[in-house]
Design a protein around this ligand. Structure first.
Ligand SMILES: [Zn+2]
Length: 308
């Protein structure tokens, strides 16, 4: 089982395969992309391929070295992840120490650094020092979902691969293959997870999507037809939600569906629904800035109710 296990990311897979084929391995790689984008699977396969004894450009998955890498027990594999909030200099120093020990197993010593954007300045500098004169068979694999927070000096030492969101059709394919979902649920997940396969699978597996969508439908019903006075308490409640962004995404999907149904009629209702869709998007944008969440939601909810 080679790189085809990772869906999409064709350019990255091709580049990795080519460098494996040509034996041109860099000392440090950075794989960036949001959580769930496939960084872990891709880098595990790369680590496998680096030490695979079948000597092909793809990991065989069955040799002893591959199996040890898959189970995380390869002696030449080191994992570094934040202790508390940060990756500390002591952790990088420990790595440096461990470089002196060789097991003779595998061609490369591979060091994974999870959440590399959390390296403290001294830790990053210590890492840079290793990278200035790296031992020939050492490969660092840095992973980050916030590559902008990495020091430029670290990034410049790495071959940087940025994982791209998958097209909606690829996500639909993954969901169809593994889950039985209603068409509505499918589209909600595709829309909410914006090309992120890990998040899409997680959301489908949790089965929480239909429930959340139902909740939003109830909220709309309450806001459009319930007692008007409750609108303000709803605004307050919703403004305190941690997943407010998700609620707004679901509201948008809900209104867009209604708008699409009414589109052919071209009546006032379609116009109203289109305006609400725009207002939801605008509220989302405003909330990224420093606005009062409750007031922004009150304005939106008043519009949904048809007051403004
Ligand atoms: Zn192998």
């Amino acid at each position: 089982m080679g790189f085809e296990q990772v869906i999409g990311q064709d350019l990255i897979k091709k580049t990795l395969q080519k460098s494996l084929q040509q034996g041109q391995i860099a000392h440090a790689y950075l794989f960036s992309g949001p959580p769930g984008s496939g960084k872990k699977m891709l880098t595990r396969l790369f680590a496998q391929a680096l030490n695979c004894t079948s000597l092909t450009e793809a990991p065989c998955g069955i040799c002893l070295s591959c199996r040890k890498t898959i189970s995380g027990n390869h002696p030449n594999l080191v994992h570094l992840s934040p202790q508390g909030a940060t990756l500390k200099i002591e952790q990088v120093r420990d790595i440096q120490e461990s470089l002196h020990y060789r097991t003779g197993e595998g061609r490369f010593k591979i060091c994974f650094i999870q959440d590399a954007d959390r390296l403290t300045l001294p830790a990053a500098n210590s890492l840079l020092k290793i990278l200035e004169e790296p031992p020939g068979d050492l490969v660092f694999i840095l992973l980050s979902s916030r590559p902008w927070a990495l020091l430029a000096t670290v990034v410049s030492r790495c071959v940087h691969f940025s994982l791209k969101p998958l097209p909606a059709d690829a996500i639909r394919g993954i969901l169809q293959e593994r889950f039985t979902l209603s068409p509505g649920e499918h589209e909600v997940i595709v829309e909410l997870t914006a090309g992120n396969p890990g998040q899409a699978v997680e959301m489908a597996a949790r089965g929480s999507c239909a429930e959340k969508y139902q909740e939003v439908q109830e909220l709309v019903k309450e806001l459009e037809q319930g007692p008007g006075g409750k609108l303000f308490s709803w605004a307050e409640e919703v403004s305190k939600r941690e997943n407010l962004d998700e609620t707004l995404d679901l509201l948008f999907i809900y209104y867009r569906e209604r708008w699409l149904q009414r589109l052919s009629a071209r009546g006032r209702e379609a116009f109203r629904l289109e305006n609400i869709c725009r207002a939801v998007l605008q509220t989302k944008e405003e909330l990224e800035g420093n606005v009062n969440r409750r007031l922004a939601l009150e304005t939106l909810f008043l519009m949904m109710r048809g007051v403004v």
